[in-house]
Design a protein around this ligand. Structure first.
Ligand code: G3P
Length: 217
């Protein structure tokens, strides 16, 4: 499973990238707001750090305007994936930009039917939002699993990019059901390294080592 980092925080991206943990980046208007930076400038900086796909989202609602915005975003760098919402106009935009050879990430997906339409429109990525379904008492992971089955049934090449990930358990479950990519905030990726038994075991090793009176360096 590829790891994308869901943030426009350049420092956090660079830190994880240095560790080889970043296969791509996803941003959205809320994350651009959080960064406090200009979308074109911060996206350009992210693309200079990360080799993999960097999603940048259009904000127009009509297809013609979305297409124009998508083309402008795609000019930033060759690894831009234009992110469009899963609306009828978003699907039209997806088809046009995909036919031009651009990567397209169709976002705000909450149903298997929406994912089927995005694949038909040539999406490179489909972004089902797990956490937001969990928020309304619908199991977001069931959606990932259903999309996996449908895409495999028909050989669709659209990548399932599990989004709205809130916990380390989401990451494990995504890997188990076969999401192609999981995009998670930096704190979730870092939290995957933590285990109470690791901490406990290390504490004991440190105590015993101190008793030996030895040094390695
Ligand atoms: O990748 C989508 C993500 O940014 C949304 O996450 O936690 O706002 O549902 P969340």
């Amino acid at each position: 499973m590829r790891f994308f980092v869901d943030t426009a925080d350049v420092e956090a991206i660079a830190e994880l990238n240095d560790l080889g943990m970043v296969d791509g980046v996803t941003t959205n208007p809320s994350l651009i707001l959080k960064s406090g930076r200009d979308i074109l400038e911060v996206t350009r900086e992210i693309c200079s750090i990360v080799d993999g796909p960097v999603s940048a989202e259009v904000v127009a609602l009509k297809a013609d305007d979305m297409i124009a915005e998508g083309r402008k975003l795609a000019e930033i760098a060759p690894n831009i994936a234009v992110k469009v919402p899963l609306t009828w106009d978003g699907l039209k935009t997806c088809k046009v930009l995909s036919d031009e050879g651009r990567m397209v990430n169709v976002t705000l997906c909450f149903s298997a039917n929406q994912a089927l339409l995005a694949a038909k429109a040539g999406a490179t990525f489909i972004s089902p939002f797990i956490g937001r379904l969990d928020d309304i008492n619908i199991d977001g992971m069931d959606l990932i699993s259903d999309i996996r089955t449908i895409y495999d049934n028909y050989g669709f090449e659209t990548n399932i990019l599990a989004a709205s990930i809130r916990s380390v358990n989401h990451m494990t479950q995504c890997a188990l059901v076969g999401a192609d990519v999981a995009t998670a905030p930096p704190n979730v990726i870092k939290a995957m390294a933590s285990h109470v038994l690791t901490d406990k075991g290390l504490d004991q090793f440190m105590k015993d080592w101190a008793k030996t009176g030895q040094k390695i360096l």
